[in-house]
Design a protein around this ligand. Structure first.
Ligand code: ATP
Ligand code: MG
Ligand code: FE
Length: 332
């Protein structure tokens, strides 16, 4: 079966073609416009999606060397995400399915981040644990099969990606700051600054205290030394990243212990972080886990993960009608 996957939940317009479970193309149009506002502006995002969606889909079809009429179903992100952004992908997908007379498949964006692990070998075995860390979510999920996923814990305030991005803003780094913190962290000392580790019950997370701690630290140091940021950027980034990574991995370790599951995966944009990737590998080695880390292109938002999720729903004949509407908030 040939599935067209469409992703438009935030600021990436993406289209992908999946043929019998194999990804043949994955085109991503990122929206540079948000950088100068220091974050995603929803109104601008939906307009950019409108401009990008048709050329992105055309390119995905061309690169897969198929023709439009070969497509058997359209899978799209129904939520969660920005409503105006989701609306563009949803409306496009509905029109495409109607025009071509093919079924429509709704996909949950957070499930898709996890299902990115089924794009290529090695694939985890069910049940496995997934730490999903992205711009809007931080979750520990017990993945029982392709669509049965149990939320074991989540953030009570900011997401891990938000913690990276908001800290970057305090450090005067441009948006999105996550990748820049990663870059500076490679050159710094992770123990240079002592940052608090919040004591949050069970498998939940909190990152808002960390942001405040950094804000005060930077404010106080700047009073003494106006060049503080320039001089200590690498150490600051290394310390922040180290703290975020330890918070995440301590909870993941707890979840592995509680469930006895040894197949452990990470997903979402923050899973591109080099510190998280290397610390997880080290921890996996220590505890005898089978660790699964997505390829970089499948960490941040992409339609390949939507297409692969759609493929498995297609096999299960799990279709939706033309009355489907996007959902800004959507449970797994
Ligand atoms: P959600 O999936 O929760 O709806 P989203 O789709 O906006 O949110 P993703 O695209 O999965 O999120 O991830 C984007 C986030 O990943 C941003 O916060 C970004 O800073 C962060 N990120 C990307 N690369 C890195 C990196 N190397 N280190 C740290 N953070 C990173
Ligand atoms: Mg994005
Ligand atoms: Fe995402």
């Amino acid at each position: 079966a040939i599935i067209l996957g469409i992703e438009s939940s935030c600021d990436e317009t993406s289209a992908s073609i999946c043929i019998d479970g194999e990804i043949k193309s994955n085109i991503i149009a990122s929206q540079a416009i948000h950088a100068k506002y220091g974050g995603v502006v929803p109104e601008l995002a939906s307009r950019a999606h409108q401009q990008n969606i048709i050329p992105t889909v055309d390119q995905a079809i061309a690169e897969a060397k198929i023709s439009k009429k070969d497509i058997d179903a359209v899978a799209f992100t129904r939520g969660p995400g920005l409503l105006g952004s989701l609306l563009v992908g949803t409306s496009f997908s509905k029109s495409f399915a109607l025009a071509m007379g093919i079924p429509l498949i709704e996909v949950n964006h957070m499930q898709a981040h996890i299902l990115a692990h089924f794009i290529e070998e090695p694939k985890p075995q069910f049940p496995f644990l997934c730490l999903t860390v992205s711009g809007g979510h931080t979750q520990i999920v017990l993945v029982k099969n392709y669509f049965e996923m149990e939320l074991l814990g989540e953030t009570l305030d900011d997401a891990a990606g938000e913690a990276f991005d908001k800290t970057a803003k305090i450090l005067n780094l441009p948006y999105p700051g996550g990748p820049l913190i990663d870059k500076h962290a490679k050159l710094g000392n992770p123990k240079a600054f002592k940052l608090p580790e919040p004591q949050i019950p069970e498998l939940n997370f909190s990152f808002s205290g960390l942001k405040t701690a950094i804000l005060y630290l930077v404010r106080d140091e700047l009073k003494e030394n106006p060049n503080f940021l320039q001089e200590r950027m690498d150490d600051l980034c290394a310390s922040v990243q180290d703290r975020i990574v330890t918070i995440l991995l301590n909870k993941l370790k707890k979840a592995a212990k509680q469930t006895g599951v040894k197949d452990i995966a990470i997903a979402g944009g923050v899973s591109a972080n080099s510190g998280l990737r290397s610390s997880l590998l080290a921890m996996g080695e220590k505890y005898n886990w089978n660790v699964f880390i997505p390829k970089f292109e499948f960490c941040t938002d992409n339609a390949a993960m939507i297409a692969i999720a759609g493929y498995h729903k297609f096999l299960a004949k799990d279709f939706v009608g033309q009355d489907v509407t996007p959902m800004a908030r959507m449970e797994m």
